[in-house]
Design a binder for this molecule. Structure first.
Ligand code: PLP
Length: 385
């Protein structure tokens, strides 16, 4: 069997060893506190769950969907976008339903990236940009470092010449939010570089705990595509539903690729998303979603406040969004190994690209009580202090 070069260029999974160690510890009955996974533990928004059940009874919900998405669902997305971001979209040409943000982020690149081209993205970052965006298409990956010295904002000029520029704010893994002037800079960049499509991954746009709420990049430029997802917005990572919005040519390209590769998200899930988005009151999420966002915020603050005192931690970078805490340490892999020996699972920063070396990420997807217990375990000296 001979695999294509592109699949052999996907970097080896660095943490297989750590995961094996965690599985061994669990098998021996050790109670591990998992701050590694970015998967919400709070329950799905009830109205969304009920809407899925309701739409399962729609007589026309069992056939092939379309890759672009149900027209009425796209209308609902346009209404939500207007209420939430004050941005008007043409549901016919400027919106595409996706099977979660991940599918769209990856499939879009097939329309733009090829050998001899460059895909740029913020780094540390969601590995899909480098792996599915660049490497699987035989393109070169160019990281735009996010560092404390630059307040976790990229130098956009480094993306000059790229076919695609993936940006991600609020950011995984750093938790950083971008201030409005940054979005203005993005618009200037997009105008000056018409051969580069700006892609804003806004999967965490609803997970913010303090004003101002993250804006849409589309309020600043229409030469961009933006991805949204219900995964973290409503605690339904398993439903696989989201959407792309923005530049009509880019949407057409995405739809073209999707038509060859998938048949769209199940109609009953699409319609449930439309119902859930309709529960927003202008920019304000429904009460249950809001409560869960605020709970992530409280947990995040508790972890930020505590982690800064843990031995081996140099600095913590608090932020008002996402459910991630980003901290600098002496040696990320060593820190994570010692944390695991004390029963706490963290993610080494280099899992998000070389720029992440020397940092660790903690996801607050477990109860406050478990987070306090994790802090007590870490205070015991896993950082080598
Ligand atoms: C930055 C970022 N974008 C996109 C996704 C994927 O979201 P979805 O579940 O909608 O595919 C994730 C998931 O962890 C993420 O962290």
């Amino acid at each position: 069997m001979k695999l294509a070069n592109r699949i052999q260029h996907i970097p080896p999974y660095l943490f297989a060893g750590l995961e094996r160690k965690a599985a061994d510890l669990r098998a021996r009955g050790v109670d591990l506190i998992d701050l590694g996974i970015a998967d919400p533990d709070l329950p799905p928004v009830t109205a969304l769950k009920r809407a899925v059940a309701r739409h399962l009874d729609d007589p026309d919900a069992h056939r092939y969907p379309t890759s672009r998405g149900d027209p009425e669902v796209r209308d609902a997305i346009a209404r939500w976008f207007h209420g939430r971001f004050d941005v008007s979209l043409d549901p016919e040409t400027e919106i595409c339903v996706t099977i979660g943000a991940k599918e769209g982020l990856a499939n879009l690149a097939r329309a733009f990236a090829e050998p001899g081209t460059v895909v740029a993205a913020t780094e540390p970052g969601y590995p899909v940009y480098a792996n599915a965006g660049a490497i699987l298409n035989g393109a070169e990956f160019r990281p735009l470092p996010l560092t404390p010295a630059r307040e976790f904002l990229p130098d956009l000029e480094r993306a000059a010449g790229a076919r695609l520029l993936y940006l991600n704010f609020p950011n995984n893994p750093t938790g950083a939010v971008a201030p409005e002037p940054f979005y203005e800079d993005v618009a200037v960049f997009a105008d000056a570089h018409p051969d580069t499509l700006v892609v804003m991954d806004a999967a965490y746009a609803e997970l913010s705990f303090a004003p101002p709420r993250p804006p849409s990049a589309l309020r600043f430029t229409r030469r961009a595509l933006e991805f949204h997802s219900l995964s973290k917005m409503m605690n339904v990572t398993g439903y696989r539903i989201g959407f792309a919005a923005g530049n009509a040519d880019a949407i057409a390209a995405l739809v073209n690729v999707k038509t060859q590769l998938d048949s769209g998200a199940p109609v009953f899930i699409q319609r449930a998303m439309a119902d859930a988005l309709a529960l927003y009151d202008g920019p304000e999420p429904p009460e249950q979603a809001r409560r869960s966002h605020l709970e992530y915020g409280r947990r995040k603050r508790a972890l930020e406040d505590g982690l800064v005192h843990a031995p081996g931690v140099r600095d913590v970078y608090p932020s008002p969004a996402t459910f991630f805490v980003w901290a600098s340490v002496d040696d990320d892999v060593g820190f994570v190994e010692r944390a695991l020996e004390r029963g706490v699972i963290l993610t080494p920063g280099r899992g998000f690209g070389e720029t992440g070396a020397g940092f660790v990420r903690a996801a607050v997807t477990t109860s406050r009580e478990r987070i306090e217990r994790a802090l007590a375990r870490l205070a015991g000296g896993p950082g080598g202090g």
